[in-house]
Design a protein around this ligand. Structure first.
Ligand code: CA
Length: 226
């Protein structure tokens, strides 16, 4: 896993860099916005850690510029600010998570691991798998051009499956992404919701898109790839 760290304060940079290296991550560092933006646009990183207050180009601008070239890399923002407006601004610019300084390395590491586990993020406004289409703006789902009505949980589950099309997702991964922390673990909840989804998405079509991977979990694929 290769991580780009864009941070101008030498102490913070070396503290994070050493910690991540000790966890066996490959870390490239940039000390200003310009070089960070250039590295971020040039190389394929698995994750970018980005300080907001940077010389030459601000972190928010760096983020917007990186997003023009790379919409999928997860970005964790480090910020000394705590205003709601600033937070909304960084998410709008394409951040995936943020951490307010000062922070404990353990918390940074937990967030880094969570973002890496999630992998590249599909930010396109609509996602297609075979003849199934999900529009994130209108939150509408269509199969073969016909509208499918889903509950909000079914929609969230389908969005997670489609964002990771072709990947096998374990029940634990699905629960972590689709249910919130208050979820107390009815173990077959994922199976129940997948069954609902199948009845709405797949049951009246010959080409089945949702696959069960026995003993592992679920995946969604183009029917031709099954
Ligand atoms: Ca700074």
């Amino acid at each position: 896993m290769r991580i780009l760290l864009i941070e101008d304060e030498p102490k913070v940079s070396s503290f994070i860099g050493r910690g991540l290296s000790a966890e066996r991550y490959a870390v490239d560092t940039a000390v200003d916005g310009l070089s960070g933006m250039e590295l971020g646009q040039t190389y394929h990183y698995d994750l970018i850690i980005l300080d907001l207050m940077l010389p030459k180009i601000s972190g928010e601008e760096v983020l917007r510029l990186i997003r023009r070239k790379n919409t999928t890399v997860p970005v964790l923002v480090l910020t000394a600010r705590d205003g709601l407006q600033d937070k909304l601004g960084i998410f709008e610019a394409g951040a995936d998570d943020y951490l307010t300084k000062p922070f404990a390395f353990a918390e940074l590491l937990a967030r880094v691991k969570a973002l890496l586990r999630r992998g590249p993020v599909n930010r396109a406004s609509s996602i297609h798998v075979d003849d199934l289409e999900l529009d994130r703006l209108s939150q509408q789902v269509k199969r073969a051009g016909k509208r499918v009505d889903l509950t909000s949980k079914e929609y969230a589950l389908l969005e997670y499956l489609m964002s990771n099309a072709g990947r096998v997702l374990s029940r634990t991964m699905i629960i972590e992404h689709v249910w919130d922390q208050s979820f107390d673990g009815i173990t077959n909840i994922v199976d129940v919701y997948v069954r609902h989804l199948r009845s709405k998405i797949d049951s009246s079509h010959n080409r089945k898109l949702i696959r069960t991977i026995r003993g592992v979990g679920y995946a969604i694929n183009d029917a031709g790839e099954n």
